[in-house]
Write a protein that binds this ligand. Structure first.
Ligand SMILES: CC(=O)SCCNC(=O)CCNC(=O)[C@H](O)C(C)(C)COP(=O)(O)OP(=O)(O)OC[C@H]1O[C@@H](n2cnc3c(N)ncnc32)[C@H](O)[C@@H]1OP(=O)(O)O
Ligand SMILES: CC(=O)C(=O)O
Length: 591
C-alpha cells in the first residue's frame, strides 16, 4: 500500500497513539502516554512487512495510516430525522463499528449536549476499541476570542478523545453571513484552533464545510483555508460537500486541483442530496483523497451521507485496497443490520452489498444464466460481504428459477424437467389469481412439495370455520369469536377461540383444536400480517391477498392466501403457516 504522502508539518511530532510511526519508519511503538487530558492507549506493532499491525491484545489494526475509513454515524448519522440515540445505543454502535474495523469513530460533539458529553466519559471507561480510534467533533473557536479561552475547545480536550475533527468555514459567504466575521479572522480561527489542539497532544482533522460551493465562489479563499489548516498541523483536510449538490466529475476535478495547489492530505465528506454521495466519495479517492467520511447505512442529515458499506465494498473489492482488518469484509451485512436494529430503522432491503435483495434474482433469464455460473448476473460473490444469493419465484420465473430455488430449499429437481415445468405453470397460474411467492417462501415450498409428492401435504382437514365479530353501538368492539371444525389423526375436533380480531380468534381456535395432537404448534408465533386488496382482473371483483409472517423462535417464514374476503384469505395463509411448521418439525403429513 502506498505510504502517506504528507508527513506531519515541520517541527511537530506526530501525535502519540496515532499511526505516524508507519510514515516515519518506526517498527514498534508501545506505552501509555499522558496527553494532557487523559491516557491515550498506545500499544501497537508493525509486522516486518509493514502490512499488519498487531495490537498487544491480539487484534489487528489497519495495515498503515495511508488510508482512513472514518465513520461518523454517531455524529452526522445521528443528525438524520427520526434517529434519537441514547448513550447506551451509541456505545453499542461504536462496538459494532469497531468490530467491523473502521479506523475512526466520530462519537459526537462533547459539550454540545449532555448526552454527547456523557458518551465520551463512558466511552473512556467502558469502550475497549480493538481497531478504531475515537474522534470528538467540534467547531473552530469563536470569532474574536482565543482558542485557549474557548469553552467549546476545552470540552473537546476534556473528552479525552485522541483525535478531534473541527468544522471550519471554507466558503467566504458563510464566513461573512453565518460567522459574521472577516475572512482573515476565519483563517486565524482555523490556525489558532488547530495549533491549540495540537499543543494538547491531539491529532486534528479539519472538516471544511461547504468546501465545493466555496471553491466555486472563491477558489483562492477556499484554498487559503486548506493551507491554513494544513500549515497549522491538521493531519487531514476534509473537503465537505455539505449541501450535497456535487456530481462526481466536479468532485474529481476539485480534489485534484486542491491536492496540486496545497499538498495537504485530503479527505472527503459527501452528503447524498444528488444521490451521488458514494460516487462522489470514490471520485475524490480517484483524485487523491486518502480519508473517506461515511455513515453506516448512509444515515445522515436530510437524505443522508455517503454509505459506509458500498464505499468500503468498493475500496476493498473494486480498488483492491485493504481498508479493513483481515476477514472483516464478510461481517459487512451483519454489521449493517445490527446498526439498523440499534437505531430502530428497518434495514433497506435494496441497499447495495448488504440488502436482502442485493443478490436476489427474479427474472427467469437471469436464473438460467446463474445456473451455469452465478458470476454471469452478480457483480461479486455475495459471500465476500456476508450476504447470500436468493432466487425469487414469481410469474417472471422460468424453469431455471424453480430449479435453483428448489436447490436452495433442498430439492434436486435437475432430473425432472416435466415436474419443474408443472411448478412454473402452477406458480404463474396462482400469481395470476393474486398469489405472490417471492414474498411467501414457505407457501412456495409447500407448492413445490405438493408437486413432488403428487398431492397436498395435510396434517388436518377442514370441515368448516366461522368467525363472529361483534360491535356495540358507538363503534365499541365487543369481541371476536371463531369456531373451527376439522379432522386430524382420524379425530373430529371442534374448538372455539376468542381474539382481538377475527384472524386472531381464528388462530386461537386452530391452536385449541390442534395443540394436543401437535404440541410443536406451541412454538408458532404470528409476527406480521399484511393485507392488500387486489384490483379485479378479467371482469372479476376485487380479491384480497394476505401475507402472514410466522416464527418459531429460531426462524421466520411467510405464507400467502388469496380469496374474495379477508378472513378466507387469512385462513389459507394460516393453513400454510401451520402446515409448514409441522413439516419443519419433521412430521410426515398425510399426502
Ligand atoms: C455541517 C454540519 O453538519 S456541522 C455539525 C452541526 N451539528 C450541530 O449543529 C449539532 C450540535 N449543535 C449544537 O448543539 C449547537 O448548535 C451548539 C451547541 C454547537 C451551538 O449552539 P449555540 O451556541 O446556541 O449557537 P447556534 O447553534 O445558534 O449557532 C451556532 C454559532 O456557532 C457559530 N459557528 C458556526 N460554525 C462555526 C465554525 N465553523 N466555527 C466557529 N463558530 C461557528 C455561529 O457563528 C454561531 O455563533 P453565534 O452564536 O455567535 O451567532
Ligand atoms: C461537516 C459536515 O458534516 C458537513 O460539512 O456536511
Amino acid at each position: 500500500m502506498p505510504r502517506r504522502a504528507h508527513p506531519a508539518p515541520a517541527g511537530q511530532d506526530p501525535v502519540p497513539g496515532t499511526a505516524h510511526e508507519a510514515v516515519h519508519g518506526t517498527r514498534v511503538a508501545r506505552g501509555m502516554v499522558d496527553s494532557g487530558a487523559g491516557i491515550v492507549r498506545q500499544q501497537q506493532q508493525l509486522s516486518p512487512n509493514g502490512e499488519t499491525r498487531v495490537m498487544t491484545d491480539g487484534s489487528t489494526r489497519h495495515p498503515d495510516d495511508s488510508f482512513h475509513v472514518f465513520d461518523t454515524t454517531l455524529r452526522d448519522g445521528a443528525q438524520r430525522e427520526g434517529i434519537n440515540l441514547t448513550v447506551a445505543d451509541k456505545l453499542t454502535i461504536a462496538r459494532h463499528l469497531d468490530d467491523f474495523g473502521v479506523g475512526f469513530i466520530e462519537g459526537g460533539w462533547p459539550g454540545a449536549n449532555p448526552r454527547d458529553t456523557e458518551f465520551f466519559a463512558r466511552a473512556a471507561a467502558e469502550l475497549e476499541l480493538r481497531h478504531a480510534q475515537l474522534v470528538a467533533f467540534g467547531a473552530t473557536r469563536r470569532a474574536g476570542g482565543t482558542a485557549e479561552a474557548d469553552p467549546q475547545l476545552a470540552a473537546l480536550v476534556d473528552s479525552g478523545a485522541p483525535v478531534i475533527t473541527l468544522v471550519a468555514k471554507a466558503h467566504d459567504r458563510h464566513v461573512e453571513l453565518a460567522l459574521r466575521t472577516t475572512l482573515e479572522e476565519n483563517l486565524e480561527m482555523v490556525r489558532d484552533s488547530v495549533s491549540y489542539l495540537r499543543s494538547r497532544g491531539r491529532r486534528v482533522f479539519i472538516d471544511c464545510e461547504h468546501f465545493f460551493d466555496g471553491y466555486r465562489a472563491n477558489r483562492e479563499y477556499a484554498l487559503r483555508v486548506v493551507q491554513a489548516a494544513h500549515e497549522a498541523g491538521a493531519d487531514v483536510v476534509v473537503l465537505c460537500d455539505t449541501n450535497g449538490g456535487m456530481l462526481p466529475a466536479g468532485v474529481h476535478e476539485t480534489v485534484a486541483d486542491v491536492l496540486a495547489a496545497t499538498g495537504a492530505r485530503l479527505g472527503i465528506h459527501a452528503q447524498d442530496d444528488t444521490g451521488c454521495a458514494v460516487a462522489n466519495t470514490l471520485a475524490a479517492v480517484d483524485a487523491g483523497a486518502t480519508h473517506v467520511q461515511c455513515t453506516a447505512n448512509g444515515y445522515g442529515e436530510r437524505v443522508g451521507n455517503a454509505n459506509l458499506f458500498p464505499v468500503v465494498g468498493a475500496l476493498e473489492i473494486k480498488y483492491d485496497r485493504r481498508v479493513l482488518p483481515a476477514g472483516k469484509l464478510t461481517e459487512m451485512t451483519r454489521i449493517s443490520h445490527a446498526v439498523a436494529e440499534v437505531v430502530n430503522l428497518t434495514p433497506s432491503t435494496h441497499q447495495p452489498y448488504v440488502g436482502v435483495s442485493a443478490f436476489a434474482h427474479k427474472a427467469g433469464l437471469h436464473a438460467s444464466a446463474i445456473k451455469v455460473d452465478p458470476d454471469l448476473y452478480q457483480h461479486i460473490d455475495p459471500e465476500r460481504v456476508g450476504n447470500t444469493m436468493r432466487m425469487l419465484v414469481s410469474d417472471m420465473a422460468g424453469r431455471a428459477s424453480v430449479e435453483l430455488k428448489g436447490r436452495e430449499l433442498g430439492y434436486d429437481l435437475s432430473a425432472d424437467r416435466d415436474l419443474v415445468g408443472r411448478v412454473v405453470a402452477k406458480v404463474k397460474e396462482q400469481e395470476n389469481l393474486g398469489y405472490t411467492y417471492e414474498a411467501a417462501d414457505a407457501s412456495f415450498e409447500l407448492l413445490l412439495r405438493d408437486e413432488v409428492h403428487g398431492s397436498r401435504a395435510r396434517f388436518f382437514t377442514l370441515e368448516s370455520w366461522r368467525c363472529i365479530s361483534e360491535q356495540q353501538a358507538g363503534g365499541v368492539a365487543a369481541g371476536n369469536e371463531a369456531t373451527v371444525k376439522l379432522w386430524a389423526e382420524g379425530e373430529r375436533m371442534v374448538a372455539t377461540g376468542e381474539g382481538n380480531g377475527p384472524v386472531d380468534a381464528l388462530d386461537r381456535a386452530l391452536r385449541a383444536a390442534l395443540e394436543r395432537i401437535y404440541p410443536q404448534l406451541a412454538k408458532l408465533e404470528l409476527v406480521d400480517y399484511k393485507v392488500r386488496i387486489l384490483e379485479g382482473q378479467h371482469g372479476t371483483g376485487s380479491r384480497t391477498r394476505v401475507l402472514i409472517e410466522s416464527a418459531d423462535g429460531t426462524t421466520t417464514w411467510s405464507t400467502v392466501g388469496v380469496a374474495d374476503n379477508v378472513i378466507a384469505a387469512s385462513w389459507r395463509a394460516l393453513e400454510d403457516a401451520y402446515t409448514y411448521i409441522l413439516i419443519k418439525a419433521g412430521l410426515v403429513p398425510r399426502d
